[in-house]
Ligand binder design. Structure first.
Ligand code: ADP
Ligand code: MG
Length: 292
C-alpha cells in the first residue's frame, strides 16, 4: 500500500468508528487468520450484575452479600462494582475492612469485624484451604447460565456464593458468525472459569475456549498461537489484556475499556462496537488493494 492509500484508510476508519493508531496494524489486519476475543468487557458489556445469592448453613443471603461488599469496596474490578451495587440495592451496611489484598485473577481478601473474609474464584478459595463442596451445585448452576460464581469464605469456612452475570454484547454473535464465514478461527480468552466461559462461548459459536488464564498468562497464550504460525488479532479491554494486545499481530482495544489497553493496541473500536472489527478488516483489504 502507498502512504497515500494508508492515509485514506486511516481517515475512512475514523469515520467508521475505527481509530487506527498504528498504520502497520491496518496493513497486517488482512493477513489475520485467528481472532482472539477476551470475554469480560469485550464479548460482554463489562457491566456485570449480581443475579443470585446462595448462603451456606449458618449464614443469611444478606450477611454473605454485606461481607463480600465490605471487602470489595477497596477493589476496582468490575465484579466489585456489581457486588457493591447489589448490597446498596438491599440497603445493607458495608463494614470497614483491614488488610485488603487482591491477588490478580483470583479475588480479594480482608479482615472485617475481626473475621478473615475471602471473596473470589473456586481456585482462590481452594488455594486457601476452603472446602467449597457444600455449595458446589449452586456454583455450577450459576456457571451453566454463563454467570461467574464468586465464592465467599469467613474464617476458613465457606459462607456463600454469588452469581454475577454480564450480558453478551448484542452484536457479538453476528460478528463471530461473519469472522467464521470469512474462514477465520475465533477463540475466547478469559480469566474466568471454563464452565462459565463455555456457557457464553457456546451460543456465540466459539468452540476454541482458553479459560482460567491468569492475567500474566494472557500474552503467553497469544504467543503460543503465533508460534503455531497463526496471524493473530487480539481484542480486549482490560489492564490484564494490555500485554497480549501489544504482542498480537494486531491489537484491538475496546473504546469502552482502560486507557492502557488502548495505548497497547494498534486499533481502537469507538464505543466498544465489536462490529468495528469487521469494518476494520474490510478497510485493510481495501487499503491493501485486495478486495475480491
Ligand atoms: P477476566 O479475564 O474475566 O477479566 P480476571 O483475570 O480479572 O478475569 O479474574 C479472573 C477471576 O478471578 C474472575 O472470574 C473471578 O472469579 C476472580 N476475581 C478477580 N478479581 C475478583 C474480585 N475483585 N472479586 C471477586 N472475584 C475476583
Ligand atoms: Mg476484559
Amino acid at each position: 500500500a502507498t502512504p497515500m492509500s494508508i492515509m485514506v484508510g486511516v481517515g475512512r476508519g475514523a469515520q467508521a468508528g475505527v481509530l487506527i493508531r498504528d498504520a502497520e496494524a491496518l496493513e497486517r489486519l488482512e493477513k489475520v487468520d485467528t481472532v482472539v476475543l477476551d470475554k469480560t468487557g469485550t464479548l460482554t458489556s463489562g457491566k456485570p450484575e449480581v443475579v443470585g445469592v446462595a448462603a451456606a448453613a449458618g449464614f443469611s443471603d444478606d450477611e454473605v452479600l454485606a461481607l463480600a461488599a465490605s471487602v470489595e469496596r477497596a477493589s476496582e474490578h468490575p465484579l466489585a462494582r456489581a457486588i457493591l451495587d447489589a448490597a446498596a440495592a438491599r440497603t445493607l451496611a458495608v463494614a470497614a475492612a483491614d488488610g485488603f489484598d487482591a491477588p490478580a485473577g483470583r479475588g480479594v481478601s480482608a479482615t472485617v469485624g475481626g473475621r478473615a473474609v475471602l471473596v473470589g474464584s473456586a481456585a482462590f478459595l481452594g488455594e486457601r484451604g476452603v472446602d467449597a463442596g457444600a455449595l458446589a451445585a449452586e456454583a455450577e448452576a450459576f456457571r451453566a447460565r454463563g454467570a461467574t460464581a464468586v465464592l465467599v469464605a469467613v474464617d476458613g469456612r465457606l459462607a456463600g456464593v454469588l452469581g454475577v452475570a454480564d450480558a453478551v454484547r448484542p452484536e457479538a454473535a453476528a460478528v463471530v458468525r461473519a469472522l467464521k464465514a470469512a474462514g477465520l478461527r475465533v477463540a475466547m480468552l478469559t480469566g474466568d472459569n471454563a464452565a462459565t466461559a463455555r456457557a457464553i462461548a457456546g451460543p456465540l459459536g466459539i468452540d476454541e475456549v482458553l479459560a482460567d488464564v491468569l492475567p500474566d498468562a494472557k500474552a503467553a497464550a497469544v504467543e503460543r498461537l503465533k508460534r503455531e504460525g497463526r496471524v493473530v488479532a487480539m481484542a480486549g479491554d482490560g489492564v490484564n489484556d494490555a500485554p497480549a494486545l501489544a504482542l498480537a499481530d494486531v491489537g484491538i482495544a475496546m473504546g469502552t475499556g482502560t486507557d492502557i489497553a488502548m495505548q497497547s493496541a494498534g486499533v481502537t473500536l469507538l464505543g466498544g462496537d465489536l462490529a468495528g472489527l469487521l469494518r476494520a478488516r474490510r478497510l485493510s483489504k481495501a487499503t491493501m488493494g485486495n478486495i475480491r
